[in-house]
Design a protein around this ligand. Structure first.
Ligand code: ATP
Ligand code: ATP
Length: 566
């Protein structure tokens, strides 16, 4: 790789948003060279997205503020380049794929990027079809954006940049909405664009283990708007620097550290396939001999049922069956993950449980009663649905008003209202902030607020859509410790919809796997991930711990259970 001229260069660069008192990026010095693949890591709020915006032109063209120092992208200073000119140098995939849709259909959206380059029509059709095939959306070319699942939208925006001419590609959390096996394919695809088309690639992603599926040239670690360290992945993995900054190491490295104490330093640590298994075999055998490989006793054996699904079917258009579930029984106190491919029907199922959608045929019994004749408010009283983005749920201006809203709508007032709001605020650790305006809360606090505003109703079940997506490890741990605490204190059932296999293993004791609307597995999550057929069929990923077990020659399910439960 020629290191003559950087393609992205920051020299003593600072940026302060117009509305902020202090600079968000401070005195950055960073050179990235043509053909490099770079990962930007850092805790939440460290300035990663702000850095991305400087590269793709949103700063200073859309987000105004004060710049000092110099930032040059492909030979042009950012102060003197419009956002359209920058589009020729930089292709971007954003975290919020809703915001990126410009076409009326998937095909139009992908084509939009080619139209700009005056591609002849027949070439364009072939290129659009090819791009859609690469991301597994060829049968969705005429679908409307609003008819797509979250992950399908994200795949469309990735397809859109495949045939552009921009030499720099930016990916801001590209994997957050993708099912695990698709995210592996996207990491492969990014690697091909980097190696075969010589694109310079900059990725921001919290799912570090999944990005490391292919080699990264350089990691830039940011904290509070400053660069803490630049280096190769192994420079970060051999000690605990990432954990210090709230970033989680790959699971297999955690296991190696727990079991063997010190890592053998002479290996490439970034890839589980490059470690030397014989170095670790006896340590792992000893470790497993000393530990139980039995699943946690399911304390819910005698618990009451709260959800019964009977011959449930749902279709949006009267033709395609999106949900097709024969039978499902869920008890009080269970902690369940719903996992499966993008578009398999997970969100549709959650919307049926909460009364947002109504079954085409069949029924759901909740606490023994059919939901057929219940209103959405009545169902919501027992089934609390927490969407992924708290900003889409909050309607009131202050914390206390938001939490009281659901009770007021049900005619509750006076002392009872005050007591129940105070209790929910206490459980969620928001009582001290009860008079705060909602917009002064951080993302994590807003998420807790959405939980509080549904907890006041004393629901039987908390249904959470990707509770930890887009959050760094520290926030992830805090969020899940909080959820575990609430569930236990209130004896509730937890249902999480997630693509995060680590979350399913660590915080749930039953995984329901959905494929094309049907349940194809329903078991202990450690067992589910040990079944290669299910993993492949449902687009899951075993996590690096199972691969480590395979290399060392021990049982993957036992190793994952023992090392995660240490
Ligand atoms: N449009 C904006 N106007 C004012 N301040 C902003 C704006 N966008 C971001 N900030 C501030 O800049 C800081 C860094 O935000 P940024 O989104 O760059 O962080 P991040 O590292 O990408 O975080 P995350 O991992 O949570 O996405 C935050 O403290 C935020 O308050
Ligand atoms: N409003 C809608 N109208 C028509 N079809 C829809 C609509 N919403 C979703 N679909 C389709 O229903 C299927 C299931 O979508 P759903 O959102 O339930 O999937 P999911 O498993 O939650 O996916 P993801 O993991 O990507 O969030 C998909 O094929 C999707 O295209």
């Amino acid at each position: 790789m020629s290191q003559s001229q950087p393609i992205i260069s920051f020299k003593d660069f600072s940026f302060k948003y117009k509305t902020q008192q202090e600079a968000t990026l401070k005195h950055l010095d960073l050179d990235l060279f043509p053909g490099e693949k770079v990962l930007i890591l850092g805790p939440s709020g460290s300035g990663k997205t702000t850095l991305v915006k400087c590269i793709n032109g949103l700063i200073p063209n859309q987000d105004k503020g004060m710049i000092s120092g110099k930032c040059v992208i492909n030979g042009k200073e950012i102060n003197h380049t419009s956002i359209f000119q920058r589009g020729n140098d930089v292709g971007t995939v954003l975290q919020d794929s809703d915001a990126q849709f410009v076409g009326l259909s998937v095909g139009e959206d992908i084509a939009f990027y080619l139209e700009n380059k005056n591609v002849p029509l027949h070439d364009m059709q072939a290129k659009v079809t090819k791009a859609a095939e690469v991301v597994g959306l060829d049968s969705f070319l005429s679908s409307l954006p609003f008819d797509l699942s979250g992950g399908q939208k994200q795949r469309t925006s990735i397809a859109g940049i495949l045939h552009g001419n921009a030499p720099i590609l930016l990916f801001d959390e590209p994997l957050a909405a993708l099912n695990p096996s698709m995210s592996e394919s996207i990491v492969d695809l990014i690697d091909r664009l980097n190696h075969q088309e010589h694109k310079t690639v900059v990725i921001v992603e919290h799912r570090f283990e999944e990005v490391l599926h292919k080699e990264i040239d350089k990691i830039v670690l940011l904290n509070e708007g400053q660069i803490v360290k630049i280096g190769k992945p192994d420079d970060f993995l051999k000690d605990d620097i990432l954990e210090k900054y709230g970033i989680r190491n790959p699971l297999y490295l955690d296991a190696l550290r727990k079991v063997s104490g010190n890592l053998k330093q002479d290996h490439d640590l970034w890839n589980v396939d490059l470690i030397n298994p014989s170095d670790y075999q006896s340590d792992f055998q000893k470790f497993l001999n000393n530990r139980s490989s039995q699943p946690d006793k399911l304390t819910q054996k005698d618990a009451k049922g709260i959800i019964d699904v009977a011959d449930l079917r749902y279709s949006y258009d009267g033709q395609h069956q999106v949900i097709n579930m024969v039978h499902l029984h869920i008890k009080r106190g269970e902690k369940i993950s719903i996992i499966g491919k993008n578009g398999s029907g997970k969100s549709t199922f959650a919307k049926l449980l909460t009364g947002i959608l109504r079954p085409t045929t069949g029924d759901i019994l909740e606490l023994g009663k059919s939901i057929k004749h219940q209103t959405i408010q009545q169902i919501g009283q027992q089934m609390a649905y927490i969407m992924q983005d708290p900003n889409k749920m909050i309607v009131k201006d202050t914390v206390e008003d938001e939490v009281g809203l659901a009770l007021q709508l049900r005619g509750i007032s006076g002392r009872e209202l005050g007591d129940r709001v105070a209790e929910a605020l206490n459980v969620t650790d928001l009582y001290a902030m009860r008079h705060w305006p909602v917009n002064a809360l951080s993302y994590g606090q807003k998420k807790r607020l959405t939980v509080a505003s549904l907890l006041v109703l004393n629901p039987a079940c908390l249904i959470m859509d990707e509770p930890t997506a887009g959050q760094d490890f520290e926030h992830y741990q805090r969020m899940m410790a909080f959820v575990d605490h609430v569930i236990q204190q209130k004896q509730m059932t937890l249902i999480v919809i997630t693509h995060d296999m680590q979350l399913a293993l660590e915080h749930t004791n039953r995984a329901i796997v959905i494929d094309q609307g049907a349940v194809i597995a329903d078991d202990d999550p450690f067992k589910v991930l040990n079944d290669k057929w299910i993993v492949r069929q449902a687009g899951l990923r075993q996590t690096s711990i199972y691969r480590l077990a395979e290399r060392i020659g021990v049982n993957g399910e036992n190793l994952a259970r023992a090392s995660i439960n240490v």
